[in-house]
Design a protein around this ligand. Structure first.
Ligand code: HEC
Ligand code: HEC
Length: 378
């Protein structure tokens, strides 16, 4: 009995509350009544507002002396040369290849490359030669980053240079985060490495060219071929072949001369009425006489009426197998020599930007594609 009475009252209360809620519909776009305004609306001072709570009446207080920011490295060095050297001895690059994951290192290096292009390239140039656009417009050009001084500079000292600057180079502590400064150094190291490899390759190539030149003499190539424009011509002039031929075509011309015979170099054989034979390249021809140049490079004039038979040789006058005794390395040297002939003596050294892409990129790729043995493919 009592229970149903209570239930009725409760139901009546709920209905009344529901009706009230409906009649007194609240504007939901307005905040509710606030019981604790200090908790809802901060009474904190603005950073730059005056503040009666501090002696100096400033809200923004300096950090307590000796505070170290989270993740910060202590850098207790002055902008002096002595401290640069000390930094060199005491600091190590946290991103150095040793001790970190290869992936992590790679992404640090990529970041370093970006930092370098943004902040360093303007003065130091794309490969660190010191020929950046700023230096090209009158700023004292920095020394090459692949020169001895930078090569011998430890990462820590370089970090000091990036932080405080060095003579004409301003410090970059304000513009480049510590982390990025270390990463930029990775890029400097990588530029140094490729400069070293380039120089090494050039040195090797020079050595190879020298070997090739000796072989050219030793194998008697010079007896038929001229390499400089002034010489008395015999066979084809080779001073420029490498410009028209790829490495593979050159290789074929040397290995199998008869497969592709240079234009105008099919030798002809003439059998004369008196029983003698002459062979060589026809260099001139009229109704009465034919001029040929024999394999010794001498011109001979044959009278047409005395010629009994005339034949064109199918084979190249250049014998097959001239290079069969050579090792692959020697053969490559011979080709390197032929290639070197095609480079004009007065050629300007490639500029820094082009250096990135080796001037003879095409040939280099070709060489890589060649099978273990140069000869296999041809
Ligand atoms: C405003 C031009 C400029 C910019 C930008 C610049 N440098 Fe330099 N840098 C120089 C000059 C100039 C020197 C030579 C200072 C001297 O005479 O010792 C130099 C020197 C250096 C050296 C020491 C070379 C040596 O042989 O002593 C290093 C390493 C170096 N810079 C790295 C960097 C890196 C990395 C960046 C990018 C974060 C950078 N620089 C940005 C102008 C610049
Ligand atoms: C007996 C003379 C003779 C000798 C020796 C000789 N060659 Fe040749 N070479 C020729 C003649 C002729 C041609 C043109 C016909 C041909 O393409 O095969 C030729 C063609 C070439 C070509 C292609 C030139 C072109 O423009 O197509 C190359 C490269 C070449 N020789 C390299 C060499 C080398 C390297 C040697 C030394 C190993 C050598 N030759 C030795 C006579 C000779």
């Amino acid at each position: 009995m009592f229970r149903t009475g209570l239930n009725r009252i409760l139901i009546a209360v709920i209905v009344i509350l529901a009706l009230l809620a409906w009649f007194l519909r609240r504007d939901v776009s307005q905040p509710n009544y606030v019981f604790t305004p200090e908790m809802v609306f901060s009474v904190a001072y603005d950073s730059f507002a005056a503040n009666p709570n501090y002696k100096d009446r400033k809200t923004l207080q300096p950090p307590v002396a000796g505070t170290v920011a989270r993740g910060a490295m202590l850098f207790e060095y002055e902008a002096t040369e002595a401290d640069a050297l000390r930094a060199g001895e005491e600091l190590t690059n946290p991103w150095s290849e040793r001790g970190i994951d290869a992936d992590v290192f790679l992404s640090a290096k990529n970041r370093g490359r970006k930092v370098f292009s943004t902040f360093c390239l303007p003065c130091h140039g794309a490969v660190g030669n010191g020929d950046g656009p700023v230096a090209m417009r009158g700023f004292p050009p920095p020394p090459s980053l692949s020169a001895e001084n930078s090569l011998n500079m430890s990462d820590g000292q370089m970090f000091h240079v990036l932080t405080f600057g060095q003579k004409n180079m301003p410090g970059y502590a304000a513009q480049i985060s510590e982390d990025d400064r270390w990463k930029a150094i990775l890029q400097v190291r990588s530029l140094q490495e490729s400069a070293f490899r380039k120089a090494e390759a050039e040195r090797l190539n020079q050595a190879s060219i020298a070997v090739g030149e000796q072989l050219f003499q030793r194998l008697d190539c010079h007896k038929c071929h001229t390499v400089s424009p002034g010489e008395k011509p015999v066979g084809p002039f080779l001073g420029k072949v490498a410009r028209d031929y790829t490495q593979e075509q050159l290789l074929e011309a040397v290995l199998h001369p008869s497969k592709t015979i240079a234009e105008g170099f099919l030798a002809q054989v003439f059998l004369m009425e008196d029983g003698t034979t002459h062979s060589g390249f026809v260099t001139g021809e009229t109704d009465e006489q034919i001029t040929i140049r024999n394999t010794d490079g001498n011109e001979i004039i044959l009278l047409v009426e005395e010629i009994e038979e005339r034949r064109t040789l199918e084979k190249s006058p250049m014998p097959d197998g001239m290079v069969k005794e050579l090792s692959d390395d020697e053969l490559q040297s011979l080709l390197d020599y032929l290639k070197s002939l095609a480079i004009p003596a007065t050629a300007e050294p490639p500029s820094a930007e082009q250096n990135d892409e080796p001037a003879n990129a095409e040939n280099e790729v070709k060489e890589e594609e060649l099978p273990n043995s140069l000869r296999e493919k041809i």
